[in-house]
Design a binder for this molecule. Sequence first.
Ligand SMILES: [Zn+2]
Length: 496
Amino acid sequence: MLPLFFTIHNYMQYFGLVSSEVAMKSCLIILFITSLIFLLILSITRHVNKSLQLCTLLGVILLFYGNIKELFQFTLHAEFISRYSVLLPFVFIIAIILIVVIIKKRDYRQSNLFQNVLLIIFILIDSVVLIFSNKDRVLVENLLAKNEKVILDSLSKISSKPDVYYLVFDSYPGSGFLKQYMGYDNGSFDSTLSDKGFYVVKNPKSNYNRTVFSISSTLNFQYLDNINKFSAVNPKLYNQALLTVKHSIVPKFFKHLNYNFYNLSIFSINDMQPIHKESFLTISEKKVLLNNTLTERFKKDLLWTLLTGKYTVGFLQKWFNKTEVEIRNEQLQKRDYNNAVIDSVFKIPSQKENLPKFIYAHLYLPHPPFFYDENGKENEIQHIINNDSSRKKQLFIQYLKYTNMVIMQIINRIKNAPNKNVVIIIQGDHGFTDYEGGPNEPHLFFKNYSAIYFPDKNYSTLYDTISNVNTFPIIFNKYFNTKIPLQRDTAYFLRY
Ligand SMILES: [Zn+2]
């Protein structure tokens, strides 16, 4: 009964992130393991009821440890108790007491009845919510941003609708940061863009240090609700941010203006699927489900190196770890994804259409893994699957130069096309500090790249400290006569 509740409950909590297939499979595996544990305990106690209750107790601790921890940490604001050194012994003592109570007990009918009724009620509640909440309601409730700032119907008739290219280069740092911290002078790239008529922002800023949060705030031109500075990111927040991207206002806005939307990103946006789905969790779907279990918590929160192989539950971990082949294929998918996006962006400018276009392309460039050197020659596969190489400054700089080359090719295609009424945004969703010897100060995580092209080259509304959240208000106010107020330019550092 417990595994069933566990699966349904977590499936609900991470709605949309975990497919029902994976949920089912995990449920069966947990069921299988619980049965094994039960048989093990039975062979010791030789008493069915005792073993059942001991097994349930163990299951509650192992499976719901994270929930208990979060209850103390976030709901009751008792950070102290939620620490491992305190909570773990505490849980341990309670468990010992309960075990003694269970073993000494003679009559099990009452407590068994109580346990089962309780679980059935829990399962029923979650099931009812699952069945009766249609998908939309859950999604709307998950929004981190409220799209009430712009009333679409109030838009006046617009005569000129430029094509808008929103090109995100993941982790592209600002030239100031590159020079000061990485010893690389990106000045020639800046001046080439300036020569082509771009406004290269001197000191831009991203508003979040994580991709999905940064993008969801940019595409909604506002800061996200319920997220404070130094918030810790958990899968649930990720899930909400992903859904906020999905329902964000910028694509809706363009749709309302009869634009053709090209979703060349990693996100589902409205009803448009991405070419490559990225869950943004360093853990797989299965692990999202198991996020609150004691073993996963241990691995994530504590030095997991100490743990490998030491605990009897270690074999549970093996079930869920990725193999090297899987990792390699996953990385190669990113390369293929990048190339597919680049190909598509190349083709779009020359496509004749009656409708104006809004293109959102999101590239893992210069974001690791570093697939190419500066000349576009493929790096060795070891550089791609080896985690250490993603922290090599030299490889990053080479990949950055390759990125610059790609950006120039894209810009030339756009500029050589017949339609000259085109807005181009080149933007990093945050900076890059995750290299060997990289700085740790939070404010440096936001040092991103930002350059914008307007066909009339009138940049009076732009300024040199603009942050990503104000990108679209400035464009909309300029071209569509909206009066969207700008946000103050600040940043929210999210803890890992
Ligand atoms: Zn990113």
